[in-house]
Ligand binder design. Structure first.
Ligand code: PEP
Ligand code: MN
Length: 338
C-alpha cells in the first residue's frame, strides 16, 4: 500500500504514520517529495485492510494499493525517474552513461591500459570482472581479490568509478569495500539470498537480467534489493535465450521501454553479451540509445584475441572510440547528452 501524505502534513504526522505502519507489521519506505511525502508500506498483502484505516490519521491524504507485484520498483510507488549516483556519475539523468572495460581483469597492464583507453574515449565507469561466473569449471574463474586490487589501482590512476560482479554472499563485503557499484550477473538474478545480502550493504547495484527471466521476474529481483533499503538499483538488459543461434543471445530491446513504463529505475543495455560478437555491438548500442536506454555496458579488451573470456565480443580500444563517436548523433536525437 502507498500512504500519500498531505502537502500540509508535518514531520510529526509523518513519524506517527511510520510508527503505526511498523506496529502493524509492515516495513515503511519513505519518499520525501518536494510537494508531499509518500510512504510505501511493504509486507503481507493479506493485511491490507488494516493499513486502509491509516486514512483517518492526521496528515494522511489517502491510502492506495500498489497493484503491481513489484512494489518499491514500480512507478505507482514512485512516478518520477530515479537517478542513481555512482561516485560523481549520474545514471538516469540527462547523460547517457557508458561503462566499459574487459570481461575479466587479467593483469595490471591489461586493466590499466584498458582503463586509460576507455576513459579517453569518453567512458565514465570502468567495468571488469574479478569473480567470473563461467559455464565451464575449467575456464578462467577470475583473479578474485587480486582483481579487485587491480581495479582499485585503475580507479586511482584514472578517476573512473568501478563496477564489478559479486558471485556469492560471502564475498559481498569484500567486493563492496572496493567497488563503487556492485554487479549481479545474469546467472544470479534469482539468487535471492545474494540479492538480499547485496541490498543490505547500500552500495549502488547493477542488476543484469537473466537470460531466461521475464521482465516481471526481473523487476521482482530488483524488488529484493530495494526491500532491503538499497534504492540505487540500475537494471541492465543483456540478451535472452531464444531459438536464434546466429547471435549469442537475443538482445531484447523491447525490455527498455517496458521497464521504463513500469519502473522508475534507470535502464542500461549491454550489447556485448546481447550479441556475442564485436561487429554487432556498435549497431545495437545505437539502437539501445534510440529506444531510451540510460546507458551502455560495453566490453573492451586491448588484445581481444588473447582475452581470457569473451574475446569474440570485445571491442579493441580504437573500435570503442569509434563507437563513442558513432553513438553521438543517436544520443542527441534521444534528447540526451554524452
Ligand atoms: C559480464 O558482465 O561479464 C557477465 C558475466 O555478464 P552476464 O551476467 O550478463 O552474462
Ligand atoms: Mn563477459
Amino acid at each position: 500500500m502507498i500512504i500519500v501524505m498531505k502537502g500540509t502534513a508535518t514531520e510529526t504526522d509523518l513519524q506517527r504514520v511510520i510508527q503505526t505502519v511498523e506496529e502493524l507489521g509492515y516495513q515503511p519506505h519513505v519518499i520525501r517529495g518536494t510537494q508531499r511525502s509518500v510512504i510505501g508500506a511493504i509486507g503481507d498483502e493479506r493485511g491490507k485492510a488494516r493499513l486502509q484505516s491509516l486514512e483517518a490519521m492526521p496528515g494522511v491524504e489517502s491510502v492506495v494499493p500498489i497493484l503491481q507485484p513489484f512494489k518499491l520498483a514500480s512507478r505507482e510507488f514512485k512516478p518520477t525517474r530515479t537517478v542513481v549516483k555512482v561516485r560523481d556519475v549520474e545514471i538516469g539523468g540527462d547523460r547517457v552513461v557508458v561503462m566499459a572495460g574487459p570481461c575479466s581483469v587479467e593483469n595490471e597492464d591489461q586493466i590499466l591500459e584498458t582503463a586509460r583507453a576507455v576513459k579517453e574515449a569518453g567512458a565514465t565507469i570502468l567495468r571488469g570482472g574479478a569473480f567470473k561466473p563461467r559455464t565451464s569449471p575449467y575456464a578462467f574463474q577470475g583473479l578474485g581479490e587480486e582483481g579487485l586490487r587491480l581495479l582499485a589501482a585503475a580507479r586511482e590512476e584514472t578517476g573512473l568509478a568501478i563496477v564489478t560482479e559479486v558471485l556469492k554472499s560471502e564475498d559481498v563485503d569484500m567486493v563492496a569495500e572496493i567497488a563503487d557499484m556492485i554487479q549481479i550477473g545474469a546467472r544470479n538474478v534469482q539468487n535471492f539470498a545474494l540479492l538480499k545480502r547485496v541490498g543490505e550493504v547500500g552500495k549502488p547495484v547493477l542488476l543484469k537480467r537473466g537470460m531466461a527471466t521475464t521482465i516481471q521476474e526481473f523487476l521482482m529481483a530488483a524488488e529484493y534489493v530495494l526491500s532491503e533499503g538499497t534504492y540505487d538499483v540500475v537494471l541492465c538488459e543483456r540478451g535472452i535465450r531464444t531459438f536464434e543461434t546466429a547471435t549469442r543471445f537475443t538482445l531484447d530491446l523491447n525490455a527498455v521501454p517496458v521497464l521504463k513504463k513500469h519502473s522508475h529505475l534507470p535502464v542500461i543495455v549491454d550489447p556485448s553479451h546481447g550479441t556475442g560478437h564485436w561487429e554487432y555491438v556498435t549497431p545495437m548500442a545505437k539502437a539501445a540509445i534510440a529506444c531510451g536506454a540510460d546507458g551502455l555496458m560495453v566490453e573492451v579488451h586491448i588484445r581481444p584475441e588473447m582475452a581470457m573470456s569473451d574475446g569474440v565480443q570485445s571491442l579493441k580500444p580504437a573500435t570503442f572510440r569509434r563507437l563513442m563517436q558513432e553513438i553521438a548523433p543517436f544520443v542527441e536525437a534521444a534528447g540526451r547528452k554524452l
